[in-house]
Design a protein around this ligand. Structure first.
Ligand SMILES: NC(=O)c1ccc[n+]([C@@H]2O[C@H](COP(=O)([O-])OP(=O)(O)OC[C@H]3O[C@@H](n4cnc5c(N)ncnc54)[C@H](O)[C@@H]3O)[C@@H](O)[C@H]2O)c1
Length: 252
């Protein structure tokens, strides 16, 4: 894959899991990376890991569900790096494992606010920045739960279907500006979120899910991050508006 030296971008949810792996992967290709997370300390840890490898990173704590916080972060990075070429909008939260009728409206709002509205807010401020560079690429982390249902996760499934739809809408609207927008749909990946969901499920979720996956195992965060980097790279220059499953064959 070609180098991203001279390019700059950002990753949300970069303090952990897929986001941290993504930030490291972009930096290893030579890009300067904004490392954004709700948890300031974990964002700083990721930035330190990048700096130790000789890369360029700017840690910022932000809440993607807060418009001012997103606006500030994007403006700061655009100024610091002299422009933005890509964004991996990856921060997201799982929903409590509940059936729809047992779910509170507050829980519903919380999941939709972060996963869907948060992704919208990020794009609202990133797209003008990419336009000022005469083009760029956005990847929004959805989920296989954005393509089909996951039992007892109605808010999560609805929010991730929303992320896929939002990505397609933006792909069509911003293609004339030379901006590509794609959704990334990971299958189950070993991260902190997975561990939380597995603990709630109570059974040997990792084992059961691995057995149900044609490749016989869960993904690593690095395997998902590699697809995000490809989608932002020149090699994917004709790819826009897709929802890319990276799921060990699960969807097949
Ligand atoms: N792990 C999986 O199996 C899996 C599968 C499909 C999709 N995904 C999606 O991948 C993305 C990353 O998940 P992960 O498993 O790496 O999770 P993770 O919990 O390891 O990391 C998520 C990060 O997002 C941050 N975050 C949460 N809310 C935020 C907010 N409001 N603003 C800014 N940052 C916030 C957290 O602090 C955390 O560092 C999520 O969107 C998730 O829905 C994960």
């Amino acid at each position: 894959m070609s180098s991203l030296t001279g390019k700059a971008g950002l990753v949300t949810g970069a303090g952990s899991g897929i986001g941290r792996a993504g930030a490291l992967a972009f930096a290893r290709r030579g890009a300067a990376v904004g490392v954004l997370d709700l948890d300031a300390r974990s964002a700083e840890e990721t930035a330190t890991l990048i700096a130790k490898e000789g890369g360029t990173a700017e840690p910022i704590d932000l809440d993607i569900s807060d418009e001012q916080s997103v606006q500030r972060a994007v403006a700061h990075l655009e100024e610091t790096f002299g422009g933005l070429d890509f964004a991996l909008n990856n921060a997201g939260i799982p929903s409590t494992n509940r059936e729809l009728t047992e779910m509170s409206a507050e829980d519903w709002d919380r999941v939709l606010r972060v996963n869907l509205t948060g992704t919208f807010l990020c794009m609202k401020y990133e797209l003008p920045a990419l336009k000022r560079r005469s083009g760029g690429a956005v990847v929004n982390t959805a989920s296989n739960g954005g393509l089909y249902s996951i039992p007892h996760a109605p808010a999560y499934v609805a929010s991730k279907h929303g992320v896929v739809g939002l990505s397609k809408a933006a792909a069509v609207d911003y293609a004339p500006d030379n901006i590509r927008v794609n959704a990334l749909c990971p299958g189950l990946t070993r991260t902190a979120t997975f561990d939380t969901v597995a603990a709630l499920a109570g059974a040997d979720m990792a084992g059961q899910q691995a057995a149900a996956t044609p490749l016989g195992r869960l993904a690593t965060p690095e395997e998902i991050a590699a697809a995000a980097v490809w989608l932002c790279s020149p090699e994917a220059s004709y790819v826009t508006g897709i929802a890319l499953s990276v799921d060990g064959g699960r969807r097949a």
